[in-house]
Design a protein around this ligand. Sequence first.
Ligand SMILES: [Zn+2]
Ligand SMILES: [Zn+2]
Length: 273
Amino acid sequence: MEPKIHLHVLASGSKGNAAVVEGPAGSVLIDCGLSLRELRRRADELGANVDDLEAVLVTHEHADHTSGLRVLSNNCDGELIATTGTASARSDLLALPFSLISHDETLEIAGMVVSAFPTSHDVADPIGLLFSVADDEGEVVDSVGWCTDTGYLTAEALGALRGVRILGIESNHDSEMLAHGPYPAFLKRRVAGEHGHLSNDQCAEALPLLVGPDTETVVALHLSEKNNRPSVCIRTLAAALDAEVMGSGVEARTPDGRVSIVAASQTEPLTIW
Ligand SMILES: [Zn+2]
Ligand SMILES: [Zn+2]
């Protein structure tokens, strides 16, 4: 594949999520759990554009994905896009002018084909997203997958994410750290449950199925600050691909140098070219 899409992860985690997907004909934002000021500051840092967005795609209604949406929508000409369930989940979201996307639909935005697939989370109708660019013959030449906030990977998610060049996938918690960590029992059950968050082990288990010959980067998303550490996450994911952990401990690479594994952070924005 030749890079036609770039991914800028501005923030990832329970304190706020936002990522810019830069296509051949513009940029879209995934989720807006940052203030407009912080969104702009982080985008500037990466040289990404959030002032001329073609669309804002919302994966689900939790505040860490939507808290900045209302202010952004007043400052953005791009379409707001979510499922019916997400768009009508709260009165503040109902007041926003959403265009609706369903699971079996594809949209053309910013020179990319965008499709949604169902995830499993304790909200109305959550989605993950697949972005792809095709050449004149209709052959896919680049693709980015995005899947966070899911208790397990649905069959549709596994199908959509397989073989993408950039794989953005949740690796929320280490199960041992969660079990022995500070969360109250009900929250531990929620996080680990079918409608919670994907663990490092669950993510690692899926990687051999999802990483294909064109895959270059795995970006671990939505890491818990209490129940995970980047080094623990990377070590677990690296083992699944027989990848070697680099000196920093927070990046790994397969022995042929083809696939790298990195972790997105709550505080440090990150670009994947
Ligand atoms: Zn979240
Ligand atoms: Zn959530």
